[in-house]
Design a binder for this molecule. Sequence first.
Ligand code: MTE
Ligand code: MO
Length: 393
Amino acid sequence: SDYSREPPRHPCLKINAKEPFNAEPTRSALISSYVTPVDFFYKRNHGPIPVVDDIERYSVSLSGLIKNSKDLFMKDICKLPKYTVTATLQCAGNRRTAMSKSRTVKGVGWDIAALGNAVWGGAKLADVLELVGIPYLTSITQSGGKHVEFVSIDKCKEENGGPYKASIPLSQATNPEADVLLAYEMNGEPINRDHGYPLRVVVPGVIGARSVKWLDYINIIAEECQGFFMQKDYKMFPPTVNWDNINWSTRRPQMDFPVQSAICSLDDVSVVKHGKVVLAAIICFQITIKGYAVSGGGRGIERVDVSIDGGKTWEEATRYQRTGVPYIADDSSSDRWAWVFFEAEANIPQSAEIVAKAVDISANVQPESIDSVWNLRGILNTSWHRVHVRVGQ
Ligand code: MTE
Ligand code: MO
């Protein structure tokens, strides 16, 4: 594989792997703005970044279980109504390093910033499919098509040098309300090479692995995609499954992301210097607890609870998306596919274990322990996020 034409990247990213390039921002950079600047947006690749030089000749081929195959050029896609969707993309491996500390897992070691929130601009996949004769809200085509497969132009070793691919159900792809995009813009600029230039899929509310970058083919198929990343990866196994007894076919490919949150204003172990507060003759120290919370499937965040005593007692944090606008889950003023930030002030003793857990609008709650969700691939670590603070002089 050839890594001689990689794009430039911001020096503040923490590099978890160089080839393929995998990197995330620092915790504080991550929560410095609601819309993540492209430079700070995590980068998750499985091969070299493809080079698309001739945009005039670039096209996406639509074929499979449809009457007429069609090549769509950028000008065809740009002719369709343009939508902007604010959506958080999160890698299923986010927070893997912490899971690894419980018991070793396989995969890129991510801290808590393998996610980002962007304003994606592009055509709705539902409109693209309508263009080739598949109406809105179709779950099966006349010829038996039930899934939409996205094939990239990159080359991955897991696919033996073939392209990255994934699929989603046709019912989701043809549902305009699901907001699945073929995106050519990220935060108002043409998508850059790292994030899928010239065109990528964005599947809101679903693990990042299904949002295929550098799109080459869209295939309408009867069964879900048989590629490595659908069948041999990104599946959730119980804690008892190990590399000797694993049977990949027993589990479904992960789609929706579960409810997640993390504290970003503090490191795993922080020593803070702060002013003293005297409360009922007890000396306390004021700290600010800030972070993100997000759930899958368009489920808003109902609540974020924070604890300063390791999870014995809790206080509710305030939540917001855009600063100054109160966040109301499920309200038309909120971005349904996007994260919320939370914030709480607390008075802590000399040392404390701070914990956060989020609850989504379906009352799904993050699991308390890592061990209860531990899995050999180290995905979906959504356990309560814990950090330790000691007040130093
Ligand atoms: N698409 C292609 N073609 N190749 C990839 O390696 N990685 C996937 C997904 N789409 C990948 C891909 C994974 S696992 C994630 S989490 C997201 O892209 C990351 O998107 P980003 O790099 O824009 O943050
Ligand atoms: Mo991912």
